[in-house]
Design a binder for this molecule. Structure first.
Ligand code: PLP
Length: 389
């Protein structure tokens, strides 16, 4: 179908930070399949784990226990805190499960009566996926257009404006739902103080605080979860993308007091948390741990960001600033982001446009200082040539 437009090239092979086309042209991949290949393409340990699991047991359904799924759930609980984990296959599905969780929470607050308290307050400029729940929480014409009527029960505050949420979170609201760092919207991080105030507001009014870490989670920010440095403890977290290192898997973590809202038959999925998906995710986390990748991201990114800041100083006519954290960086441009993306591709570097005229840089967590420096060098050339036109 035509929804993805026409691809610029056919991708046939990947190795570490590089992606290759069918002519064996090598691209420095700073898109990582939109923040997915967190340990690079075809990491040998990841490949071995996936191959071994594929040869042992690929799928059995959630009718039976899956040891690798339990192991993965335990690891996510270790990161997020006491609670439970439910697996699915994508970010949109993780968020759909969170929206269903909010409905169950609201129903419980309403004394078991259906749908008195079901509103979810999300943020303007958010992106939460393309299911009807996800679209409902994504107030953008390009996402919702053509698909109305939307699911009811969403309101929108402004990211980093606590007063706007304060006004919206009343006794019709079951949950507040935001991305810790807005990704598709153009890389806008939630401020630490905003997250702290939002936490206090949700606690005071009995609404769940649900954080979408689908794009910014699993080490990308230089912390396992991007909200961590705020010290805030959310009630629920959505994950996907980088968790499987390239194999589809999504998950929600729900804190202890709310973890029993889902009861037998209230939610489910045939594929979610399969032995193969969990082997891929466990291998991804093994590599992240063994190679200390989250510390590496934190340390390397400060040097990389300095290089990018130098570009902003050098090309103020093209680059308007820098936003983000760790290996999740947005450069808002004065020039057309699609043209810059194409120009970078012509110089064998892959980046992803986002939001209003912003380019997104999402290297794998394995990217070395040398590879980060290569990205700065290529962008320097791209902007230097733009300057001539
Ligand atoms: N939430 C966020 C923050 C995302 O960035 C995305 C995808 O870009 C999604 C949800 C949807 O994830 P998926 O495309 O896996 O359904």
């Amino acid at each position: 179908m035509k929804n993805y437009g026409s691809p610029a090239f056919n991708a046939v092979r990947g190795e570490g930070v590089y992606l290759y086309d069918e002519n064996d042209t090598r691209f420095l991949d700073f898109g990582s399949g939109i923040a997915v290949t967190s340990v690079g393409h075809s990491h040998p340990k990841w490949v071995k784990a996936v191959q071994e699991q594929a040869a042992t047991l690929t799928h059995c359904s959630n009718l039976y226990g899956i040891p690798g799924q339990q192991k993965l759930a335990d690891r996510l609980v270790e990161q997020a805190g006491p609670g439970r984990v439910l697996f699915c296959n994508s970010g949109a599905e993780a968020n759909e499960a969170l929206i269903k969780l909010a409905r169950l929470h609201g129903q419980q607050l309403s004394g078991g009566k259906e749908a008195k308290r079901f509103t979810v307050v999300a943020a303007e400029n958010a992106f939460h996926g393309r299911t009807f729940g996800g679209m409902g929480a994504t107030p953008q014409e390009k996402i919702q257009g053509g698909f109305r009527p939307m699911l009811e029960g969403f309101k929108f505050g402004q990211l980093n404006n606590i007063e706007s949420f304060d006004q919206l979170v009343d006794d019709s609201v079951a949950a507040v739902f935001i991305e810790s760092i807005q990704g598709e919207g153009g890389i806008f991080p939630a401020d630490e103080s905003f997250l702290q105030e939002l936490r206090a507001l949700c606690t005071e009014r009995g609404a769940l605080l649900m954080l979408d870490e689908v794009q910014c989670g699993i080490g990308r920010s230089g912390h396992f979860f991007a909200f961590e440095k705020s010290g805030v403890k959310p009630d629920a977290i959505g994950m996907a993308k980088g968790l499987g290192g390239g194999f589809p898997i999504g998950a929600i973590w729900v804190s202890e007091p709310y973890a029993d809202l889902f009861q037998p038959s209230s939610h489910g999925t045939t594929f979610g948390g399969s032995p193969l998906a969990c082997a891929a995710a466990n291998a991804t986390l093994d590599i992240i741990e063994a190679d200390n990748l989250i510390d590496e991201v934190a340390t390397n990114s400060s040097i990389w960001h300095e290089g990018l800041q130098d570009l902003i100083k050098k090309y103020p006519q093209h680059i308007a600033g820098m936003r983000g954290a760790g290996y999740m960086v947005g450069l808002p441009l004065h020039t057309d982001a699609l043209a810059v993306t194409a120009a970078a591709r012509a110089k064998n570097m892959l980046i992803v446009p986002a939001g209003k005229n912003t380019i997104r840089l999402l290297p794998p967590l394995t990217a070395t200082l040398k590879e980060l420096a290569e990205s700065v060098r290529i962008l320097d050339e791209v902007f230097a040539e733009l300057g001539k036109n």
